[in-house]
Each structure stands twice: as C-alpha cells, then as structure tokens.
Design a protein. Structure first.
Length: 175
C-alpha cells in the first residue's frame, strides 16, 4: 500500500512540475482529449484539482501509515477523505479565484454601442469617416458613418448609436 501512496505523491509532484513548465501547450491537448467527458457542469473535476487531490491522498496515506496505528482500511478511508477535502480546497482557494482573475483585453464590436468617440476623419452625409474609441484594449480606430445623415467635422465628439457590418453609426454629441 505504501507503494501506491508514494506513486500518487510522486505523480502529483511530477505533474505539477510539467504543468508549470509546459502548461500552455498541455492545456489545449488536455482540453481536447477530455472533451468527450462533458465536465463543463462539474467545475471541481478538473485535472489540476484531481491530481492535487491524488497527491494529497498519497501524502496523507504515507503520513498516516508511519505516524498512526490505524488499520490499513482506516488509513485508506481517512486518506480518501483528506484527498477529497484537498480537491475542494484547491478548487476554492486556487482555481476559482484564478478563473475570476482572468481578464481579457478583447472586446466585441457590439460593446461599442453607447460609447463616446472622437471623429478623426470627417464623416460626410453619405459615406464614411473615421473615429477613435477608448476601449479596454486601448484606443481603437473604426470606420464610421453618420446615423442621422448629418455631416460631422473632425474633432467633434460623437456617440456610437449602432454597429452594423463593422461600421459604427454615430451621432454628434451637442454639449
């Protein structure tokens, strides 16, 4: 039984080292290979939590075997319980906060509706001009057309009223 505990502990440690070094490369492979399991509704069941729980199971088993007088069955049962508790702790202390901390600098064109922009190239009655908009990704430049069919001069402030086929339809803001 001690061999099993050591195997679980060593596997967990090696897995952690490999993930730290090759994490981004392996993440795509693991996601693709485990896609058939349909684990989207079970957030606790992830490779990092399962392997962490397995390593905790192994470590607990080794410690319980050497420092207690419990029977083998009791050591296994307690080790499994400690491993499950470890899975839950890893998820709520590490995985869940990291999921919430992820921040993307991308944005959707539809998110621009309602945003203020500045005209850089005049927008004619018919045709296109250019505006710059501040987004989470920084300042971006977009093709613009007049929403209310009025010419808009360069330097004027506008609001994005509608987005259609990557064109921002803007109206001038009168302050």
């Amino acid at each position: 039984m001690e061999t099993l505990y050591w195997g679980c502990l060593i596997f967990g440690i090696l897995y952690t080292i490999v993930v730290v070094i090759f994490g981004d490369v392996l993440e795509g492979a693991l996601d693709a290979s485990l896609e058939w399991l349909q684990l989207d509704n079970l957030p606790l069941i992830q490779p990092i939590t399962l392997v962490g729980g397995l390593a905790i199971f192994g470590g607990a088993g080794i410690l319980l075997m050497h420092y207690t007088d419990f029977a083998t069955a009791m050591v296994i049962l307690i080790s499994i319980c400690i491993g499950i508790i470890g899975i839950i702790l890893i998820y709520f202390v590490y995985v869940k906060p990291m999921e919430n901390a992820e921040m993307s600098t991308s944005y959707s064109m539809l998110e621009l509706v309602g945003k203020e922009a500045v005209v850089t190239t005049p927008v004619p009655v018919e045709g296109f001009g250019e505006v710059i908009v501040k987004t989470i990704a920084g300042i971006t430049s977009h093709i613009a057309a007049s929403y209310d069919k009025q010419p808009i001069a360069a330097g004027n402030h506008v609001v994005v009223v509608e987005v259609h086929e990557s064109i921002l339809y803007v109206a001038e803001i009168h302050l």
